[in-house]
Design a protein around this ligand. Sequence first.
Ligand code: HPA
Length: 234
Amino acid sequence: MKAIIGGTGIDELYPNAKVYEIETKYGKANYIKEENLIIILRHGVNHAIPPHLINYLANVEALRLLKVDQCVGIYAVGSISNILLPGAVTIINDFIDFTKGNRLSTFSSLNNVFHIEMSDPFDLDLKVKLKKEASICNFPLGDGGVYICTDGPRLETPAEIRMFDHFGADFVGMTGCPEFTLMKEANIKYVGLAYSINWASGVNHKQITFLDTQARNKISQAIISFCIQAMSKI
Ligand code: HPA
C-alpha cells in the first residue's frame, strides 16, 4: 500500500471524503482513502492540531498497521536560501532537527533498543521515481535542500534564521521532525517534499509576508494531485 502525509489543502481538495479514524497503541490517527492511496491528515480533522501537539507516533504507526511501504510527505516551509523560492516545490535531501525534545520522537523504548542509520535520510529509489514522474507530467519539482525543523507554533526571530542559514538549512518548517525519523524507524520508504509559502523571518523583507490563502491552496493542491498521480504509477 502507498500513502501520502499531508497538511494544508487536503480538506479543500476532498471536502466530502469519508474520514477514517484508526486506533493505534500510540493513539488515534485520521486518514482518507483515494485511488488506492492512504492520505494521512497530519493535523487531524479540520486541521485542528497544531505542529507541537501532533501525535507523530500514531500517524506513522497507523501507516504501519495499514501495511504502507512507500510514502510521500508534504511540508509547508519558509525559505531561507534561494534553493527554494516562495511558491516553489522541492524534494528534501536532508534535515536538521532543531526541536527541543518535547516531542516523542522514536519508537525505541525500554527493552526495544535500536539505532537507525541516517546517512540517507530519505529513500533514494523513491526520489528517483518521483523525479521521473515529475518530468513526465511537467510538474516543476526542485531537487534538493536542507529542512530545519522548529517546534513552533511561533515563527522564528531574524537572529534564529541567520543562525539556521549558517547551519546550512535552506528552509524551515514545524512538522518534519520527528516524522522523517519515525518513517525510517518504521522501515517505510519515504520522501519529503517541501513547498515554500514565505521568506523566513528577516530574509529579504523586514516583515514576513505569506502567500495568500488562494495561492497556498493552489500550490498545496497541485502537489497533492501530483503525489496521487505519481504514487499510483510507482
Ligand atoms: N517558519 C516555520 N515554519 C513555517 C514557515 C516559517 O517561516 N513557513 C511555513 N512553515
